[in-house]
Design a protein around this ligand. Structure first.
Ligand SMILES: [Zn+2]
Length: 215
């Protein structure tokens, strides 16, 4: 935990609160739920008692699943310095991270999504490639759609993508196992070629680079 000074945007009250810098889920199982519900990205103002959103960089760590995800809105491939500073800090704190899946994410939705993908034992790299495929398919069926976001979901054994667009109501498309197998076969080798042991930013842009062979 670390302390930060915050100012309530509603009543102007200033106070010092504690935020997480590392989320060690194996030490505190309830923390995982607070990530999923975005509770960790809120605090309660001590003066007006309102719940205030507060987004800050945080690292999620699950020893059992060998999963480490660093969330930072500023992280980008154009900002290698920030990546170096972070990887340096992690190297000094943890001496054994062999075999880990290490990811960067830039928004809380992606953090939650990556955790879910691992929980259902899927590969987030394949999921991003599948997203590219389903975006192509949905756009072909509805050329006027203005897509804002596409997120993986899993409910009662069914994998799906939720599409959020500016000009249509939110909808979901079930992910076909056949398509998943087909794309897995098609891209398995490419995925291995572009993967490495360090933290990777695996998002839709990454998937397009894999598909276009631009890595
Ligand atoms: Zn307040």
């Amino acid at each position: 935990m670390k302390e930060v000074e915050v100012k309530c945007p509603l009543c102007g009250h200033e106070e010092i609160i504690e935020i997480h810098d590392m989320i060690e889920v194996h030490q505190d199982g309830a923390l995982k739920n607070s990530v999923n519900s975005f509770e960790i990205f809120k605090y309660s103002c001590n003066s007006c008692q309102q719940s205030i959103p507060l987004v800050y960089p945080v690292t999620y760590h699950d020893i059992e699943k060998k999963l480490m995800i660093h969330f930072d809105p500023e992280i980008s491939l154009d900002n290698p310095e920030l990546i170096d500073v972070f990887e340096d800090r992690i190297e000094k704190t943890y001496d054994q991270l062999e075999g880990y899946t290490k990811r960067f994410v830039r928004d809380p939705d992606s953090l939650r999504e990556k955790i879910l993908i691992r929980d259902v034992q899927l590969d987030d790299r394949l999921i991003e490639i599948l997203k590219a495929y389903y975006i192509y398919k949905v756009t072909e069926e509805n050329p006027k759609i203005d897509l804002k976001q596409i997120l993986f979901n899993h409910k009662e054994g069914v994998n799906s993508f939720v599409f959020i667009s500016e000009n249509t109501p939110m909808f979901a498309t079930e992910i076909s196992d056949i398509i998943m197998d087909r794309l897995e076969t098609l891209y398995r080798q490419r995925i291995l070629e572009v993967s490495h042991e360090d933290f990777m930013l695996v998002d839709l842009e990454w998937a397009y680079r894999v598909i276009d062979q631009k890595h």
